[in-house]
Design a protein around this ligand. Sequence first.
Ligand code: SAH
Ligand code: SF4
Length: 339
Amino acid sequence: MYDALELSLSDWQILFSQWNEQKFRASQICQWIYAKKIFNYFDMTNISKTLRDKLSENILMTLPILIKQQNSKDGTKKYLWQLNDGNKIESVLLNHGGHKTACISSQAGCPLGCIFCETGANGFKRNLTRGEILGQFLMMEKLNGADINNIVFMGMGEPLLNEDNIFSAIRSLNDKNMRNLGARHITISTSGIAPGIEDLADFEIPLRLSVSLHATNDNLRSKLMPVNNQYSLQKLISALRRYKDRTGERITIEYALIDRINDDVEYAYEMAALLDGLEPYINLIPFNPIPSRPELKRSGDSRIKEFCRALSELKIEFELRKERGTDIMAACGQLAGSK
Ligand code: SAH
Ligand code: SF4
């Protein structure tokens, strides 16, 4: 049996032509689901009763089930969902002065095991389907009774290890007949899967790309992020150069400052040399403490200041991000999917 959110617009069109229904019915259904967030076929009032019956008998409408919602005092909300097979995942809604951003999971768990990340510490279950990816976003819009302006794939998991489903979900988010979310409002964050970055460079929708760097030499980066053993900095940087050449897009680099691990000023200089010519935008993230690694601490204010001063001197554009949602374990790297 088919499941509604697993179907792309052309899947719906093919299905309706098999059912001898008119083609425009496909966009009508998608409007109800993606624009109006109506998930019950019987509420789709411009669809004939016969077709509604047929839909409800033949096409499932599976959505993630909300298990728990936590609201931070800074306006951030965290949602814990249960999937059809019992796996649990989390999504986060960030609220910046009325501007809403959904932080969506791409996998249940993550196989990459970065030492500073709680998701990585909890192991890997499986890739999410396109319907499970879209379901998080649509349910958050439904629960909030309003459109969410931006989506970032910075929840649980590595999006570029689940490329087909992520790309399929993004096509539907972007499609004018579906959610109609602008490409500039969609960001993929990757730990540095070089072949995936190459695929992104050729992807027809010009998304935004964010890269989790966190260390500026292979020795340290491999200790913090085992994925670096497979895709070294040299491979990562050359993929980024090709991405920049092909798309002309500015890349964002994520760098979490961890006390005495990667926050020495010498690393600011190393970063400048490493990224020379890429002209990225640097997001410095205050490290968010995680239960599985109590020995890792956030850098102190004076070390952060020193690091920032060095970057300014090097004329590297950066922003020191404010922490969000740490009180409910909803900040970057804190999603565990089980609590
Ligand atoms: N797997 C992808 C996307 C999910 S992680 C990636 O790694 O990019 C989302 C972001 O949170 C990444 O930039 C990641 O490096 C960062 N992050 C992970 N753990 C963190 C922590 N404890 N403190 C701050 N940022 C963290
Ligand atoms: Fe996976 Fe990203 Fe966490 Fe690394 S930082 S373990 S890649 S989710």
